[in-house]
Each structure stands twice: as C-alpha cells, then as structure tokens.
Write a protein that binds this ligand. Sequence first.
Ligand code: AMP
Length: 282
Amino acid sequence: MFIFQEKSALKEYLSPFISANKSIGFVPTMGAIHEGHLSLMKNSIAENDLTVVSIFVNPNQFNNQEDLKKYPRTLEKDTNLIASLSEDIIIFAPSVEEIYGNNSTAQSFDYDGLESHMEGANRPGHFDGVGTILTILFELIRPTKSYFGEKDFQQLQIVKKLVKKHNIPVKIIGCPIFRHENGLAMSSRNERLSEKGKQEATFIYEVLQQAKSNFTKLSISELINWVSTKFEEKPHIHLEYFEIADEDTLATATTKEENKKYRGFIVAHIENVRLIDNIALY
Ligand code: AMP
C-alpha cells in the first residue's frame, strides 16, 4: 500500500499510469472511513486499473468551525481498513498547507442554481469549498472515473455539473447509500453519537421510508407537514429540514408532475451531530 502526502510524489507515481492510458478510479473522502466509503472503493477497484483514495478534511467546505474542529481524524485506522479491502489502493492524505499553501480561501462556483437549495442554502459556501478541492484533486490525479455517494445526493449532482461546465474529463459515478442493518446511513459523523443517539437516529430512515410509502397518497405539502409532526414527537431529535425536490434540478417541489423523479431530503440533529439522508420517492 502506498500513502502519499505530497502532491509532487503522487503525481510522479501516477504519471506512468496516465501515459500508458491506464484507467484511474478516484474516491475522494474526508476520512473516518466506514463501509459506505469502502463500497465506493469496491466499485472503483472493479472498474479501473488503479484506485486512488484521498483523505482530506477540507477546511473551506465547513461553514461551522466547531464542526470542522470536531470532525474525526483517524488516519491510521483508515489506512488499515482500506488495506483490508485491497493492498493496491493508493492513499493520498495531504496536509492543508500541502493543498492550499497559506491561502485556503475557496473559489466561487456557479452550478446553475443547483447550489441554491438545501445544503447550499443551509451551509453557505459549502459547495464552493467542494468545487475548490475537487478541481485541485481532479487536476492532480486525472482520474478516468470518480465515485460519489448518493448519501450526499446534492453534492453528486453538483459534481456532475462541475465537470460538465469546466470540461473536466472524468466520468462521475453515483453509488447507492450504504446503511447499517437498522437503516441508519453510514456516516463519519455517526462516530460522535452515543449508543443511545445511534439508536435514536434510526428514526430518520424510518420516517423517510414511511414518507416514500405515503408519497402517492398525500400531496407534497401534506407529506411535509406529516414529517414535521412525526419529528415533533421526538424531543431529542431536531429536524433542520425535510424537503421534496426534483431529482435532476433539485428545485423544491410544490406539486407532483408526471415524468419527474422526486426525492425526499432530510437533515436532522441528534446530540449536536448533523445527520443527512435522502430517499428516492419512486
Ligand atoms: P465524506 O468522507 O463524508 O466526504 O464522504 C466521501 C464520499 O463517500 C462521498 O461521496 C459520500 O457521499 C460517500 N459516502 C459517505 N457515506 C456514504 C454511505 N453511507 N453510502 C454511500 N456513500 C457514502
């Protein structure tokens, strides 16, 4: 297993693969690796000659400094987990200075409005930070395909838009949400929950599933009210938003239209941990 911390060393290592037209699969992560991340890596290994995983907690995509400070950093555990999947994966784990020097300010990106909803609206600057780091990593690694989880569905759509608008020659592959047996979506942030909190968090996916089965029976506004009422019954869980949006444009849906695909998007807080999930409503 190779672990690189410097851009120049990684570039030098990848250069012969790129010259030989080998396919490179790339999985960007912020570490605290779990099975959700590993499922992306498995897809990449199956479809490419070489897989590169980055582990980098990108400061400029955090709008909340406390969240950035508390984000789990577990590099040794992460590399062991990745090695248990494959010894051939290349890990890139740079420092903030290595990526940004002494200026980690994010660039501005225009994703044709995809950024103005949900996470974009609730976490100002977040998708500018995502665009900034991905542009740097795509340029450095030059992947053939790059793998993103549907867990961050808005991010997935935004990354597709980013590469299209900037003509970055990489195919973006969306991968299904990997869940614990009890339905809770795997997340690095789950590590900050107590056992009780993890148990309570299963409520999020339960409500999403019920929302899906109610989708044909209720109007959009009725469904949204139904979800907020369900959360009012849970004093330890704070619902930040539940929104139904068109899967392609991410525009908030107010009525249901034929031939459109809708998703329910949710963010809830338990024990001061922000948890995100979504479900296809078709
Ligand atoms: P993160 O380290 O949280 O930035 O996530 C890195 C990548 O893994 C992103 O593309 C996420 O959407 C994806 N990911 C995180 N959790 C899951 C999950 N439970 N299932 C599938 N993909 C995930």
